[in-house]
Design a protein around this ligand. Structure first.
Ligand code: NAD
Length: 292
């Protein structure tokens, strides 16, 4: 069994991106600029935005975080988005989700200029992705594809079960793996799936993205399967300084001995998600600065 080291793969890709940024700067161009909008004080969101900011610094991007109060209205947020769409010094921006309940996430996503939508959530990017056209891919599925590629994991003709059908992880993941080049036979499981354990047990590749800690147990795994654990849930812990620990969607101790490859939580998919965001931002900057 191989434990997939997302941290190490991400570190290598970070270096490659940093090299491209250094080349841009040595040609007299400005570095890529990513803006993150954070509304409210959600603890997990603050941590994620902090990680993204740190990664920007490591690869040489300029990064700006717009911290807006919880009471920000939808109209105010849409105004900010319009200003970022028009700002030629900003290559890409993200609005950290979830948003406070009084703001429509869909309206916000659709207000972002698809050319600056480095999260790849805008319907234009989703549509292009589904059509197999160049687009900004959603960061988590793209990061998982990078891991599969890095480890040389065979996907063609394999059966893949994706658990979860969200627009940001499950659905795009299933679609991408079904496309030419990846060539998996994909099944999506969700909260209404009948006989889910049996469906999962038939898979060569299992991607768990449902947000239910330790949901996937050893008995659901076919011997030799590849298991990718996307889930991150904070649960209280008396053993850590922060007072919480992170759990994945997979019961690691039971599942790991049965698989050929597995991603740990933390240190598996998480670092790759951030790197994919950096890749999209670099691409957006190269388009804006060089026009290609
Ligand atoms: P979501 O809540 O939007 O979607 C969860 C999906 O799982 C839904 O489609 C739902 O139908 C399905 N589901 C829920 N309970 C189920 C059950 N009992 N059986 C079968 N299906 C069930 O979540 P999301 O945004 O897709 O995120 C999923 C998990 O991945 C969360 O833990 C999230 O924190 C994590 N996540 C991690 C990263 C990363 O970088 N590692 C990135 C994004 C999300």
């Amino acid at each position: 069994m191989v434990v997939i080291d997302g941290k190490q793969v991400a570190a290598q890709m970070r270096q490659e991106i940093a090299g491209e940024v250094a080349a841009m700067v040595s040609q007299g161009k400005r570095p890529p600029h990513l803006v993150a909008i954070l509304v409210g004080t959600d603890g997990a969101s603050q941590t994620y935005v902090g990680h993204k900011e740190k990664c920007c610094n490591e690869v040489g991007f300029r990064s700006t975080v717009l911290r807006l109060p919880e009471e920000t209205t939808e109209a105010q947020l849409l105004e900010r988005i319009a200003a970022l769409n028009a700002d030629t010094d900003v290559d890409g921006f993200i609005v950290q989700l979830p948003l406070p309940r009084h703001i429509s996430e869909q309206k916000v996503i659709e207000a972002i200029d698809p050319r600056k939508d480095v999260d790849g959530f805008h319907p234009v990017n989703t549509g292009r992705m589904i059509s197999g056209l160049p687009s900004y891919l959603p960061a988590t599925p793209d990061g998982i594809l990078s891991l599969l590629k890095y480890y040389g994991i065979e996907t063609a003709g394999k059966t893949c079960v994706v658990i979860g059908r969200s627009n940001i992880v499950g659905r795009p993941m299933a679609n991408l793996l079904s496309q030419k080049g990846w060539d998996c036979t994909v099944t999506i499981c969700h909260s209404r799936t009948a006989d889910l354990p049996q469906v999962v047990a038939s898979a060569d590749i299992v991607i768990a993205a449902l947000g239910q800690p330790e949901f996937v147990t050893g008995d659901m795994i076919k011997p030799g399967a590849v298991v990718i654990d996307v889930g991150i849930t904070r649960v209280p812990s008396t053993r850590t300084k922060s007072g919480y620990k992170l759990l994945g969607d997979v019961k690691y101790d039971e599942v790991a001995p049965k698989c050929s490859y597995i991603t740990p939580v933390p240190g598996g998919v998480g670092p790759m998600t951030i790197i994919s965001l950096m890749k999209n931002t670099l691409k957006a900057a190269q388009k804006q600065i060089y026009g290609n």
